[in-house]
Design a protein around this ligand. Sequence first.
Ligand code: 5GP
Ligand code: 5GP
Length: 208
Amino acid sequence: IPTAQRDFDYFMFVRQWAGSFCSTHACPLVPNRGFHFTIHGLWPNYSNGSWPQFCTPEDKFDEDQLEDLMDDLEVEWPSVYDSDETFWEHEWSKHGTCALDIFPSEHSYFGHILKLHWRYDLSAALRKADIVPSRTSVYRTKDLIAAIEDMYGARPLVHCGRKRQLSEIWMCLDKDLKPFDCDTSQEGNACQEVVIPPFKSRLDVDQL
Ligand code: 5GP
Ligand code: 5GP
């Protein structure tokens, strides 16, 4: 049951594989169509599986504070079906305002998340294990987890959606932002196997 308290135990660092959503929807705005995960958010969490949310409503999202980060945010944190600003505003008010003890400002929150995203590059870890987007390959989820553990020293959660498509990879970070093994008992939608659909060109989507 979510609360609005600001204390929490750790962060869930969530990246999405937009190629799955975009294999069945037109996503003309996603800038990088290679093997490129994008950010969903960095979410304060409790050890018991719950989390705080919407902690500081008076701390309204202000895009002007992110001016120097904007070019990077547009590439690394796009929304696949909404305006980017709406997505960022939602993530700030729901999750960021609960992490003010660690990131005292919006700029600090978004800036650190970009750095974490580059530091824990998911496609680099997967590529090293020959796991890449493919129309035909089916991967064992445990091989994705092992590839990320091999490179970053901690086991993530792998989320899948319809037709076993990879949807998100969740890493658990302590309050010093160091990765640790996620508790798999909190795994929501687990698949034994996943597919990683490549981005389609806009033309492909128009022909669906
Ligand atoms: P979904 O139901 O799509 O998994 O999650 C919907 C929303 O609930 C997410 O966007 C996120 O804001 C929140 N949420 C779901 N699971 C967790 C969790 O384990 N930790 C936190 N902090 N938020 C979560
Ligand atoms: P959460 O509440 O789980 O942190 O974030 C999910 C919310 O962000 C949903 O309300 C969803 O409508 C919105 N959203 C906007 N763009 C995106 C996107 O590209 N991916 C996801 N997962 N959610 C998005």
